[in-house]
Design a binder for this molecule. Structure first.
Ligand SMILES: Nc1ncnc2c1ncn2[C@@H]1O[C@H](COP(=O)(O)OP(=O)(O)OP(=O)(O)O)[C@@H](O)[C@H]1O
Ligand SMILES: [Mg+2]
Length: 264
């Protein structure tokens, strides 16, 4: 249902700093696929997500969402169909606004909202229900400004906002990497829960090999702007961290040895 064909993206084209970040990526994402995306620094993972979301224009190729070619759609238009959560908890929410105002904004995504302003009473009930599943007791703090929340609370709220109106695709770019290990685990569990409940089609970038294997039904590895591994189902389930490291080694050789400790 999401078809990516021959996606090419170059930065600083024609200059000495030219970088070919995506070198003809093709990927068919099925409805309900939860794909973990791995690859070393500079492999093109964030660029792929940015190109899908429309943050960067592409040089060539096509992106189809449910048979609709969105390749030339501006970012704001794609945001009606695509949700994102970044590494930085500050990016997905608006600090000076209250929790309920943030949720109200998220609830309007892709909807015609006419003259309706502010937070409706009927919305509050929905927000309380949704917030209670986070187990962070935020349901009693609807009027608190988001700037008061901890990084983990804020990232959990961002996830909720990203999925309040079901997106056609959810893009997660190392969204737990900036959190302490315990909070990261909680946010990861919440991620899994939201994805399961709504059968969300998801691409999740991570540097954690174990996580990449444990989560999702499919795993892709990028290297130098290409997909060099694409496994799903039983094949993925049978893979070990060592298998993945071996793949890294094959493409990166000696250079990879120094990174090895960072990857596990
Ligand atoms: N806005 C930009 N301007 C110029 N070059 C960029 C830009 N964004 C990415 N690049 C370059 O494109 C290549 C791919 O970068 P990208 O951020 O997609 O890698 P990544 O796989 O997400 O890496 P990391 O694991 O470090 O986040 C890199 O060489 C990077 O320097
Ligand atoms: Mg990145």
């Amino acid at each position: 249902m999401i078809e990516i064909t021959d996606l090419v993206k170059t930065f600083h084209q024609g200059s000495v700093n030219e970088v070919l970040a995506l070198s003809g990526i093709s990927l068919q994402v099925r409805k309900g696929d939860f794909i973990t995306v791995i690859g070393s620094n500079g492999a093109g993972k964030s660029t792929l997500l940015n190109c899908l979301a429309g943050s960067y224009p592409i040089d060539s190729g096509h992106i189809l969402i449910e048979d609709q070619d969105v390749s030339r759609w501006p970012e704001y238009k794609r945001a009606t169909q695509i949700s994102r959560v970044f590494q930085d908890p500050l990016l997905g929410t608006c600090g000076p606004l209250s929790i309920e105002q943030n949720l109200a904004l998220a609830n309007r995504r892709g909807k015609y909202h006419g003259l309706k302003r502010g937070v409706q009473r009927s919305d509050r009930e929905l927000f309380r229900n949704q917030l209670s599943q986070l187990n962070l007791e935020l349901e009693s703090r609807l009027k608190d400004s988001v700037g008061l929340l901890s990084g983990g609370q804020r990232q959990a709220l961002t996830l909720l906002m990203a999925t309040l109106v079901k997106p056609k695709i959810l893009l997660l770019d190392e969204h737990t990497a900036a959190l302490d290990p315990k909070t990261a685990l909680q946010v990861l569990k919440l991620t899994q829960q939201l994805i399961d409940d709504q059968h969300l089609t998801t691409l999740m970038v991570t540097h954690n090999m174990r996580q990449a294997l444990q989560l999702g039904n499919r795993l892709i590895m990028l290297h130098a702007g290409r997909v060099i591994l694409d496994v799903s189902g039983e094949e993925k389930a049978a893979m070990t961290v060592e298998d993945l490291l071996e793949q890294f080694y094959k493409v990166r050789g000696e250079e990879f040895v120094s990174d090895r400790m960072l990857l596990v």
